[in-house]
Write a protein of this length. Structure first.
Length: 325
């Protein structure tokens, strides 16, 4: 018997083909974020929910899937869109897609770092507006990347991949992480461990690579932002609410920090209005994992996870393994 799957949003073709072959598939008919009522209706009578990071999966959705729902497979490494405690209380495994989006996300973080340092957004706007009058010795002078210090806040897979890129650009690396690396891992990463306050005050660029949890909510706020150098640039490809966006806008407007490259926002797709008027920010629409190869791999992992549960096995990427205890 094929597992009955509800897919909240269409995925890359190879993933759709695999689902069509191995599952009895119900797909949300419209290619947009499903409402809570649509999620609840979609999951009714299904064995598996394949959802993505814009779907709010709460107790009501889980209950709508009861008693058949046996797994929630998230299309994404972050899973703060899911009430994992509610799933655990119902003994429903929740899975994610780690590993495969590391390089794409680090590439995007580094692209934002370069774009913000070298004022690419501003330059592109000038050229497109037909206002460029020719080369000038003092026009749009940016920040040097080579030789600058990159502060990594969070040093898991994506933080380390960012470090690898930064080393190739001749940057000095400092990091803060909940758990300090072993001396040999630090040596091979070429990164020095500092307190968060020291990272913030020493770095020319800060790149955020922590998961969003209650502990990392507004980790960057008015107080922590004020520790950064006036010239420092903040890069966020992690999760929007890690930064107090209103405080960030204030710091950027006041010039107490130098700039920001942002791929994620506190209330996506809404942005703190002040961001639009700032030339020293580069804004991207949550593109971290957005390559066809990466999104295909993410989809395949999500399918691996749900098929494993359907076959009575432990899914490879379970974020609440206690449900199997
Ligand atoms: C994730 O998987 O958490 C990413 O943010 C999606 O791009």
């Amino acid at each position: 018997m094929k597992p009955k799957v509800f897919l909240s949003r269409r995925l890359p073709p190879a993933v759709m083909d695999r689902l069509a072959t191995h599952a009895d598939l119900r797909v949300h008919p419209e290619d947009r974020v499903a409402t809570p009522a649509e999620l609840a209706a979609g999951v009714r009578g299904r064995d598996a929910l394949l959802c993505n990071i814009t779907d709010r999966i709460d107790a009501a959705v889980l209950d709508a899937g009861s008693p058949t729902l046996r797994v929630v497979a998230n299309f994404g490494v972050g899973f703060n869109n899911i009430d994992v405690a509610a799933a655990t209380a119902r003994r429903i495994p929740v899975t994610n897609t780690p590993g495969v989006l590391t390089d794409a996300t680090a590439d995007l973080a580094f692209a934002l770092l370069l774009a913000t340092a070298r004022r690419l957004g501003e330059g592109e706007r000038l050229v497109r507006a037909g206002q460029w009058t020719g080369w000038e010795p003092m026009q749009m002078l940016g920040a040097d990347v080579t030789g600058a210090t990159l502060g990594l806040v969070g040093f898991g897979r994506i933080g380390k991949a960012m470090a690898q890129r930064a080393r190739a650009f001749g940057m000095r690396l400092v990091y803060w992480n909940r758990t300090r690396l072993s001396p040999s891992d630090e040596a091979s990463a070429g990164a020095m461990y500092l307190s968060l306050a020291e990272v913030l005050s020493q770095a020319d660029f800060i790149s955020l690579h922590v998961a969003y949890t209650p502990e990392t909510h507004h980790l960057l706020n008015a107080a922590t932002l004020s520790r950064m150098k006036r010239t420092a640039i903040l890069i966020n490809t992690a999760r929007g609410p890690v930064v107090d966006e209103a405080a960030l806008v204030q710091a950027l407007q006041a010039g107490t920090i130098g700039g920001a490259g942002l791929d994620v926002f506190e209330r996506e797709p809404q942005l703190e209005p002040g961001l639009f008027g700032l030339n020293n920010v580069v804004l991207a629409p949550h593109l971290g994992s957005a390559t066809i190869g990466t999104r295909t791999k993410m989809g395949m992992i999500a399918v691996d996870n749900l098929l494993a549960v359907a076959a009575g096995q432990r899914p490879p990427n379970c974020v609440n393994p206690q449900v199997f205890a």
